[in-house]
Design a protein around this ligand. Structure first.
Ligand code: DAH
Length: 348
């Protein structure tokens, strides 16, 4: 009689347990089996009445049945636990489906041109260095041989900070002022003070001037500075480097021209123009894209290098200017308006 009850109990559990769909169903079914008034509990109670000699065999049977019941219930419990977890995670998702928001980000057009230029100089051995956007008059002007009465030093032309401010990471003399760098040429000085020639670097970065914004001026813009210092560096080296650069950026048919100019930190100084026959509206005219020259002996002296031993060239170009030519953009302000319709045109 006990055996029959056990057999049918095992059958019932095996049949029912896979059908239990929720925690509540599971719990209530479980109590009908192993709860205080459950069927298995009842069977166990009958053990007391089993004759002594049959007890071991019966005990074994009950244990076997209990194991089978337990295994079925464990399986049902596990299945319900998993479905509870899944429903707590929300609707089922397929992570392999493409995202509905599939617009991928791209570098800003200015950053694209910056990287392109830097990469071209990397190829011919120029390392990339970065200075600081906050500068002192020393790095930005004095060490670059820029006279005390130069217009760039005027409050109206550059962004100076109040004198009381002291930045922990940019040291200065007490009577010196901080300003937002007006050009990346300050990185020349930082590098020359830190490293020994031969030095071959490009320094891309953001610059600031008090300009009224218009189609070609922005108070915040970007430059790339170049500096090469070694023994016996000549103007021919500068010209060859610039030729390489211009041909790589604007194509083999582009030509360069150096026009005499003046910068306090180079002697002689030049403006470099280039000319390209296939530049759309800008074809067949000389376009000025950078200032350059041979490092002025005064600059060497201010960083403790002997101008009789070392020579070098430097150049500085506005990234926006080159980007505008390459990308056919006729107003610099587009670059800073974050208009997605404009920016999207430079993603591929
Ligand atoms: N710093 C100059 C400017 O902002 C550009 C420049 C000219 C940089 C000549 C140079 C250079 O390194 O040699 O207008």
């Amino acid at each position: 009689m006990i055996e029959k009850t056990l057999d049918s109990l095992v059958l019932e559990v095996k049949e029912m347990s896979p059908k239990l769909g929720s925690r509540a169903e599971f719990d209530s079914f479980k109590s009908t089996i192993s709860g205080p008034k459950g069927k298995l509990t009842d069977v166990m109670k009958l053990m007391g009445k089993v004759p002594k000699e049959e007890k071991p065999a019966m005990g074994k049977k009950i244990n076997e049945a209990k194991q089978v019941i337990q295994a079925s219930m464990d399986e049902a419990n596990k299945r319900i636990e998993e479905s509870e977890l899944l429903s707590s995670l929300g609707p089922t998702i397929d992570p392999t489906l493409p995202s509905p928001d599939s617009e991928k980000g791209v570098l800003h057009p200015i950053a694209q041109v910056r990287d392109q230029i830097v990469e071209l100089f990397n190829r011919i051995g120029f390392a990339v260095v970065e200075g600081t956007e906050l500068e002192t008059e020393y790095y930005c002007f004095d060490a670059l041989n820029i006279a005390k009465d130069h217009p760039a030093r005027d409050m109206q032309d550059s962004y100076f900070l109040p004198n009381a401010i002291q930045m922990a990471n940019v040291s200065k003399e007490s009577d010196e002022k901080y300003l937002l760098r007006t050009h990346t040429s300050s990185v020349q000085i930082r590098t020359l003070l830190k490293e020994k020639p031969p030095i071959r670097i490009v320094a891309p970065g953001r610059c600031f001037r008090r300009d009224t914004p218009d189609a070609t001026h922005s108070a915040n813009f970007h430059q790339i500075e170049g500096l090469y210092v070694d023994k016996n560096v000549s103007l021919t080296d500068l010209k060859a480097t610039l030729d390489y650069f211009v041909k790589m950026v604007f194509g083999d048919s582009a030509k360069t021209r150096l026009r005499p100019s003046f910068f306090p930190f180079t002697e002689p100084s030049f403006e470099m123009d280039f000319y390209s026959p296939n530049l759309g509206k800008l074809s067949n005219q000389w376009l000025e894209i950078m200032g350059c020259g041979m490092v002025d002996p005064e600059v060497f002296k201010s960083v403790g290098l002997d101008p009789n031993e070392y020579s070098g060239y430097a150049f500085g170009m506005g990234i926006e200017r080159i980007a505008m030519i390459l990308q056919g953009v006729d107003d610099i302000r587009y670059y800073y308006q974050n208009d997605i319709r404009f920016l999207r045109q430079f993603s591929d």
